[in-house]
Design a protein around this ligand. Structure first.
Ligand code: NAD
Length: 494
């Protein structure tokens, strides 16, 4: 059976903790591997390695860092299929979706290739007589990334590409549910010329996470995962003096107004709700349908569902794979049970027609869902789309703004004025206008508001560069010795 270990100081390092976790093929439910779970001593070893590698890496020229990232870009590009294959085998998502994930991750490496331009400071000549003032941005030191199961390749790339480009060294703690892909990425980094110790992977669970959060030599933590853990990471990490950005869960609403193109809206809702079996933090999980068009829209969504091909992610032609674990499948089914009991209408029931093996739930459509029902209030993270009927724009907007989550949202309309008003009014971090999954491109930054983000810096893009660097301002004078004199007054600029 495949054993997945750590990557420390440029080598695969087997754990001696004695703790492991099983890794499954979610399409069959069979165990495909075993992942090592780090002890505190193993985390310490990875951090010590990263700390030792920092002085040389931060002194490495910007053009050399960019060169390594350009090479990494080529290697990831050339190995897209292999990364996608590893990802599908343990996550379950279909290969085309895995390839999409790799492509969006790659964008972040491409962004980081521009580091010489991105990290430029500012310079003010003659801020005072003979005095120049300038700012520079410097790396933080050893930074850690803790990542979720649902984007095992892309989310680490959101973090390490910019962190390394800025001159930090990195310790990644990936999800223990699909750990293989980052061992392969670590090899690619080494092949690209990244010095040993600059990028390390520790496999593990809460023991490893807690050690990273309290370790004196970790300067900053980037986290992506569920809201309760994001809050815990933020509170614990900041208590230990670290800079923390912790992205949490989501419940994304798509508001469909009366004037929307209903076929386009139905296509978008189906794609965004059932893509990756709903295991995306930017999935649409609630459609807010204006009363006048709600019946039509529900029919249009329902009639599209039977043609979605559900099956193993690695079999060509399938469009939706299984969920990550048997436990998660049972939880998702529980929400469908609860929806029926609490008065929602189960229009398409994904509990029916399931294969005998694997962690599948079929696409499910619930209508007449209301706040207060668990299927509305909670993040289900499965292929379950709820429809709540609203009287119009204001009712829809109020519903979205009342949600504790605020990751993504979308409006579907032909009315430019309504769309612009929505962009102005809505209390959500990422907004789509006739775009259902508005994940920002890598040269903007990604992040929600409210319970979808703890901390004040969004991830990747320009905010990523800020997060992984600290500013320094230098006030400099190279005086003519002939003009030097004693002056006890407070320095003035005029
Ligand atoms: P999770 O919170 O269970 O796990 C995320 C990471 O935290 C993993 O590495 C895990 O090992 C670690 N972890 C889990 N429990 C812990 C604990 N008690 N103490 C310390 N560490 C712990 O999340 P998940 O199930 O892997 O991922 C799905 C969640 O991530 C969903 O809620 C989804 O919305 C969210 N997510 C958010 C974004 C975003 O950008 N906002 C992106 C992707 C996923």
């Amino acid at each position: 059976m495949n054993r997945i270990s750590h990557w420390i100081d440029g080598n695969v390092v087997a754990s001696t903790s004695g703790n492991t976790a099983p890794v499954y093929d979610p399409a069959t439910g069979e165990q495909s591997g075993t992942v090592d779970l780090a002890s505190v001593a193993e985390v310490d070893m990875a951090v010590a390695t990263a700390k030792a590698a920092f002085p040389e890496w931060r002194s490495t020229s910007l053009s050399r860092r960019a060169e390594i990232l350009f090479r990494l870009r080529e290697l990831v590009d050339a190995n897209r299929k292999e990364i996608a294959r590893l990802l599908t085998a343990e996550h379950g998502k279909v290969l085309s979706d895995s390839l999409g994930e790799v492509a969006r991750g790659l964008e972040n490496i491409e962004f980081a290739c521009g580091i010489p331009q991105l990290i430029k400071g500012e310079y003010s000549e003659q801020a005072s007589s003979g005095v120049d003032v300038y700012s520079i941005r410097q790396p933080l030191g050893v930074v850690a990334g803790i990542t979720p199961f649902n984007f095992p390749a892309m989310v680490p790339m959101w973090m390490f590409a910019n962190a390394l480009a800025c001159g930090n060294t990195f310790v990644l703690k990936p999800s223990e549910k699909d750990p293989s892909v980052n061992m392969f990425v670590a090899e690619l980094l080494a092949k690209a010329g990244m010095p040993a110790g600059v990028f390390n992977v520790v496999q593990g669970d809460k023991v490893a996470v807690d050690r990273l959060l309290e370790h004196d030599d970790i300067a900053a933590v980037s986290f992506v995962g569920s809201t309760p853990i994001a809050q815990y990471i933020y509170e614990t990490g900041t208590k230990h003096g670290k800079r923390v950005q912790a992205l949490g869960g989501a419940k994304n609403h798509m508001l469909v107004l009366n004037d929307a193109d209903l076929d386009m809206a139905a296509d978008a809702a189906v794609s965004a709700a059932y893509g990756s079996a709903g295991e995306r933090c930017m999935a649409v999980s609630v459609v807010l349908a204006a009363d006048e068009i709600a019946d039509d829209l529900v029919s249009k969504v329902a009639e599209r569902i039977p043609s979605i091909k559900v099956g193993a992610g690695y079999d060509d032609g399938n469009e939706m794979g299984p969920l990550i674990t048997g436990e998660h499948r049972d939880k998702v089914k529980g929400y469908i049970d609860g929806a029926a009991d609490s008065g929602a209408t189960v229009v398409v029931d994904g509990r029916e027609g399931l294969p005998a093996e694997g962690y599948f739930v079929n696409p499910t459509l619930l209508d007449r869902v209301e706040p207060g029902m668990a299927c509305y209030d909670d993040e289900i993270f499965g292929p379950v789309l709820s429809v709540k009927r609203v009287s119009g724009y204001q009712d829809g907007l109020d519903t979205i703004n009342a949600s504790p989550y605020a990751n993504g949202t979308a409006i579907f309309t032909r009315d430019g004025g309504a769309a612009r008003q929505f962009q102005f009014d809505v209390q959500v971090g990422m907004v789509g206008i006739n775009v259902p999954v508005p994940v920002p491109v890598s040269y903007y930054s990604f992040g929600g508001w409210k319970a979808s983000l703890f901390g004040d810096t969004h991830m990747y893009g320009p905010e990523g560069i800020n997060f992984y660097t600290q500013g320094k301002v230098i006030t400099s004078r190279w005086p003519d010795p002939a003009t030097s004199s004693v002056n006890l007054g407070f320095p003035e600029t005029r």
